[in-house]
Design a protein around this ligand. Structure first.
Ligand SMILES: [Zn+2]
Length: 270
């Protein structure tokens, strides 16, 4: 459904086209949630785990750099197709070309818009995962919070809400957000994903939301979560060498390690 929202946004932005897509990316993510939840074992030796994570993070940063280059290429294609579409629309209105000649470039532009939106979405997801992975040690060093306790540092805002929380509570948060801001909650990871498997992180009972905790929407969401007693960790982000990665992680921290059923499984689409 998230994939469809992005596509809808892309289409609305261009006010041009009709297009449907199968939400393939999210389907894959759902599958990975199902697959991974049946595969918990004892964590390997800490040093080995740290080495493995560092390696995965390094690879993710490399993938991120290539994805950024690809985004630039896709942006350029989109710009060219937008110009071509406007040109053909003019020709069509003057009766110089057929409807099918106009449709052809219309379709190509629709696909280009989707590609750009997917690239951006992938980059955001990647930044968020890199941020959680690299800030995990800082999180572990912080003193534990009592039930209902709240703490704030320059990089992290934590709340240890006492309400029972599970992924099944997500719809009520989505409803609050939609009613308040008139748009869907920008969830980038729902429960365990292939990326968390690869990093050996237990993210089974958490969601990530692509909102900066200091933005209006972010602040409003955090105060709603506190009101409801739902635990969260908000990352102000700022990982050197990467884009911000700021986000709100709803649920308890992913400090527990898990072992993936298939360590060779690729996490990333690039
Ligand atoms: Zn998270």
């Amino acid at each position: 459904m998230i994939g469809r929202k992005y596509i809808r946004a892309a289409i609305t932005a261009s006010s041009l086209l009709f297009l449907t897509l199968d939400g393939n990316t999210q389907e894959k993510q759902k599958q990975s949630v199902t697959r991974s939840s049946s595969s918990r074992k004892v964590a390997p030796v800490d040093a080995e785990l740290a080495r493995l994570r560092a390696e995965v993070i390094e690879k993710m940063k490399e993938s991120r750099a290539s994805a950024e280059k690809l985004l630039a290429i896709h942006e350029e294609e989109k710009t060219k197709l937008t110009t071509e579409y406007q040109r053909r629309r003019e020709f069509y209105s003057q009766g110089l070309i057929s409807r099918s000649e106009l449709n052809q470039v219309e379709r190509a532009l629709a696909e280009a818009i989707v590609r750009v939106e997917e690239d951006k979405r992938w980059l955001t997801e990647s930044d968020i995962a890199i941020t959680e992975a690299t800030m995990r040690d800082e999180l572990l060093r912080l003193p534990g919070l009592a039930i209902g306790g709240y703490s704030e540092t320059g990089t992290l805002l934590r709340f240890n809400g006492g309400a029972p929380w599970s992924l099944a509570d997500t719809p009520k948060i989505e409803k609050f957000f939609l009613q308040t801001f008139g748009r869907g909650l920008p969830v980038t990871a729902f429960g365990q994903t292939a990326t968390h498997d690869r990093l050996r992180f237990d993210h089974r009972n958490a969601i990530d939301v692509a909102l900066h905790p200091d933005s209006n929407e972010g602040r409003s969401l955090l105060s709603y979560l506190r009101q409801m007693g739902i635990p969260f960790i908000a990352f102000r982000g700022a990982v050197p060498g990467a884009a911000t990665g700021a986000h709100i992680h709803i649920g308890n921290p992913s400090v527990k390690a898990v072992v993936s059923a298939d360590p060779q499984k690729e996490c990333c689409k690039r």
